[in-house]
Unconditional design. Structure first.
Length: 205
């Protein structure tokens, strides 16, 4: 059976695409030796199909020698969820502090720079984990170790946010809290129902 893909084309009408000129302007503020002087035709701008809270772009070029040729541009806004407070338990400042701390421990991409409308991040060449990789004992072990390192980060100057899986899921699926249990009775969602029964907050804590 072919893999089902969710159609997120409706998102396009919510998003004002970032132009090549604007991308160079933002990136050039922090990579000012070479990126700043690139022309619009020198770069390739690729928007990832979906990001629940932000617009995320891969920006690349073939000309820079001393500066990275690929970076991630994260433009704030362009939301899939209607109320991003569920999806964003941290404000922008807290998020940047946390990401800087995680990057210092090699647990997240490094932040190259941030500006009012978004931020520029290090590009990490990677791929989505496949089903086979998810059951690889060596990878499972590495994942468990890194998750433990992630949750052990405690020297941040604000409380850790509570778990928000159910609120995010309800908002994305557009299902009210009262109707969530009935919605999950659909046999096609049996796996999701099992996930929802786990007390993830106590598991994490």
């Amino acid at each position: 059976m072919p893999e089902e893909k969710i159609d997120f084309s409706f998102m396009d009408e919510r998003i004002i695409e970032v132009t090549n000129e604007k991308a160079i302007e933002w990136i050039g503020k922090f990579l000012s030796e070479e990126w700043k002087y690139l022309k619009p035709q020198d770069i390739k701008l690729t928007r990832f199909q979906i990001s629940f809270v932000n617009q995320v772009y891969l920006v690349s070029n073939e000309k820079t020698e001393k500066e990275p040729r690929k970076v991630i541009l994260r433009k704030y806004g362009g939301n899939l969820v209607s109320d991003i407070s569920h999806f964003r338990p941290l404000n922008r400042t807290q998020e940047l502090v946390l990401m800087t701390e995680l990057a210092s421990r090699n647990l997240s991409p490094k932040i190259i720079g941030f500006f009012e409308e978004g931020r520029i991040e290090e590009f990490v060449d990677s791929h989505i984990m496949t089903r086979e990789e998810a059951y690889d004992p060596e990878l499972e072990n590495d994942l468990a170790k890194n998750l433990a390192r992630f949750h052990a980060v405690d020297n941040i100057p604000f409380p850790k946010p509570g778990y928000m899986f159910e609120d995010v899921l309800r908002d994305v699926l557009n299902v009210s809290r009262d109707n969530m249990e009935t919605f999950l009775q659909d046999k096609r969602l049996e796996g999701l129902h099992k996930v929802m029964q786990v007390d993830w907050e106590s598991e994490i804590n």
